[in-house]
Structure formats: structure tokens, C-alpha cells
Design a protein around this ligand. Structure first.
Ligand code: CU
Length: 166
């Protein structure tokens, strides 16, 4: 256990160190919150605040492939959670069911992948830090071709609700 604690501290130190050199993204971003690499553009990203004693939460993003080749969202990771999975959401006979997308999500050229509340999502399991409404939490997305892109996700009790005018 001591060993694990030391590792965690080392990871935190690394993260703190990393945070000094850049702001929030590893590629580039503009003031409208659009994060881009040469072939991937991301908008509408947010994380749901931790609810009650729920050990898990979810995060969302819209990914547009502006390149000429298919890419694939392979995985996501967050220091806030013990593990992170990509989940699909299906409804059968009125019952919602989540399943891990072990091969991730393919995004064809010119197409858009939408991860949103009530739909496919990024699942954050075993929260180590409980994301609070109004805070910002970094989530790293890993693409097969575009590589790693880190998003500073705004945390909300009602993620992305502003864009759908509730
Ligand atoms: Cu899920």
C-alpha cells in the first residue's frame, strides 16, 4: 500500500509539473472552446458532476473528423478516476443499457461522433476526485491517428444543457 501511495504522489507531481508548461490542451484551441488537431475538431465537451455517493460519472464530447482518413477514438483517461471506459448506450424495450466499446469509436472522414447525455459516453469509474459543479477537469482522449488530445472539461450538474435550452 505504501508503494501505491508513493506512485500516486509521483503521478500527481508529474501532473503538476506538466500543468505549468501548457494551459489545457496539447494541440491547439481557440476562444470558442473548439479544440483541434490537424484532423480532429472537438466541441461540446463537459463532465457530469459527481452525484451523491455514486462512485462513477460520465463525460461527453463531439468529435468531428476533418481529415481524409478514418480515425478511431481508442480510449480516454482522467486522473480523477481509477479507470475510464468508452460506453455505448442503447435502449431496448424502454430500458437503457450501457456496454463498453472495447474497440472504441470509429470516426469516418467528414463524420461526427457525438457523445452526449443519454447517449454514448465516456465512463469515469472509481472516482478518486469527485468532480464538482463549476470546476474543470482534464480528460485525455487517445486517437489511433491523431494521437492524444487533452480537454479541460467544464464540470456541471447539467452538462451540455445550455446548448439544448431546457
Ligand atoms: Cu457508462
Amino acid at each position: 500500500m505504501k508503494h501505491l501511495a508513493a506512485l500516486t504522489l509521483a503521478a500527481l507531481a508529474l501532473a503538476a509539473c506538466d500543468g505549468k508548461s501548457t494551459t489545457t490542451v496539447s494541440k491547439s484551441s481557440n476562444i470558442n472552446g473548439v479544440v483541434t488537431s490537424s484532423t480532429i475538431s472537438m466541441t461540446d465537451y463537459a463532465m457530469r458532476a459527481a452525484l451523491g455517493n455514486n462512485p462513477n460519472t460520465a463525460a461527453y464530447v463531439t468529435v468531428r473528423n476533418t481529415g481524409t482518413e478514418a480515425d478511431r477514438l481508442i480510449s480516454a483517461s482522467c486522473e480523477c478516476a481509477a479507470s475510464t471506459e468508452l460506453h455505448s448506450m442503447t435502449t431496448k424495450d424502454g430500458v437503457m443499457d450501457m456496454a463498453e466499446m472495447k474497440d472504441g469509436f470509429v470516426v469516418a472522414p467528414g463524420e461526427t461522433l457525438v457523445l452526449k447525455p443519454g447517449g454514448n459516453h465516456i465512463m469515469l469509474l472509481g472516482l478518486k476526485v469527485r468532480p464538482q459543479d463549476g470546476s474543470t477537469v482534464k480528460v485525455k482522449l487517445t486517437f489511433e491517428k491523431a494521437g492524444d488530445i487533452t480537454l479541460a472539461m467544464p464540470v456541471s450538474n447539467t452538462p451540455l444543457s445550455k446548448t439544448t435550452a431546457q
